[in-house]
Ligand binder design. Sequence first.
Ligand code: NOJ
Length: 535
Amino acid sequence: MKQNVPWWKSGVIYQLYPRSFLDTDGDGTGDLPGITAKLDYLADLGVDGIWLSPINCSPMFDFGYDISDYREIDPVFGRLSDFQHLLDQAHQRGIRVILDLVVNHTSHLHPWFVASRASRDNPKRGWYIWRDGKNKKPPNNWLAAFGGGAWQWDEPTGQYYLHSFLKEQPDLNWRNPEVRQAIAEEMRFWLDMGVDGFRLDVINFFVKDENLRANPFGLGPTPRPYDLQKHIYDRNRPETLDVVRVFRGLTDQYDDRMMVGEVYTPPPGDPKLSATYLGTGEDALHLSFDFSIIYSRYGAGPFMKAASQWMESIPWAGWPCQVLNNHDQPRSLSRYGRPKHAPGRAKILAALLLTLRGTPFIYYGEEIGMVNGRITRRQLVDPLGKKYWPLHKGRDPERTPMQWSNAPSAGFSTGDPWLPVNPDYPLINVEAQQQDPNSLLHFYRNLIALRRKTPALSLGDWQPAAGSNRSVMAYYRSLGADRLLVVLNFDASVAGIDFLATDPARVVFGTHRRKGEIVSAPRLKLAPHEVLILG
Ligand code: NOJ
């Protein structure tokens, strides 16, 4: 049976922020040879795939999310041959490689945009969204996600262009068939090379309203840049799904490839919207991110609610994915604060991520419990931090270098790291945790190994258990005759749960009990932050 299950359904995917993983040439920035050097670490952790945040040529106004050449590797990361070597070595270890495809916009230095802005009659003019102003004002009231207006005046040709993010990230015109064709060719380039899939950046921004109608922001307070109710003409247009369907047709021409989409939504998240990009479950994205768990408060109740809503939104033939951390959000252990509870909470969160139904995405360093770094005003590099400091300190804190050991700079670089290493690295690092069988790293590894040999855990149905309460989240995972009960005590104190006589009773995995032990109904007392899997 396992043979027919695609890897992106049964597997675990690890997101790497390449600048921060491992620097092999001493320039302070992580690189592709650094990733290759750590493939054994990743294989040992048990991951089935890695997603690399953008590695293409970029002037780095948004750290790679502004691409100036889709076919070349930015020199800071290495060369194309380094990538080919990485791909080859990953495949030899059974690890798939997913690239970040950032095509809502390009860099303003991409030759397409350079041509487009050169003259009104340039053949590439229509590849971007250019408009005349209205009474010396922008064409409409659209706002950029990073704040401010979404239109930039361009003196040489006397028109405005649209940018949903920074002005250095002009939006492509997805209504133009030439653009669709060009991006399809860029995708083919990587698929032909053997890349296993793409993470599609802000998939829900691609197609804009044909008539560029004004959003109903109205009068009153300035709308928040992410307010979806108001962003009805510049985001989530139904035509975007058609683009995704074409992408799906293209990837389906290759074996075993996949696409995971980032559906950009403000808190509290919008699982229904995220799920629409899965189409029927077989004709659009393979996976789409829902951020409602990331945005959720910590606790059995809030997580149960978020998980249930996400599961209910998934189309019958579709498949969910799960994520607690990424390069845009404060790390989970920082969000859920309270350092004294961090070790317990870290295992609860790991168990949640790895036992819910859906493909788990682990963000580098999550497996050792990395927390946000402290970045001073002087040290920050993220454009968002620069713009909004001190209200919003930007995304640098969740992007600090991977903590490999207690060597200088945490073993990340022999040079001066591009972002400061978190000073907690002598305590929190891979090497220390490798030596401690009770470490978080071993916990992730053991649970991933259990998933691998227990199809009910990776592929089974998900159903909340009736005994769940304010402290304890419990759910079944079942496949055929196999049925597991996952029990998580989110509290830092002892909590109880009622069992049914028919519930599985043998300990399969846990933090506080021996494997094989039998727990008996009807009521079980759980230790603080206890993780228990019964089968
Ligand atoms: C979403 C990416 O995750 C984020 O890092 C980036 O800044 C924006 N898209 C713009 O590409």
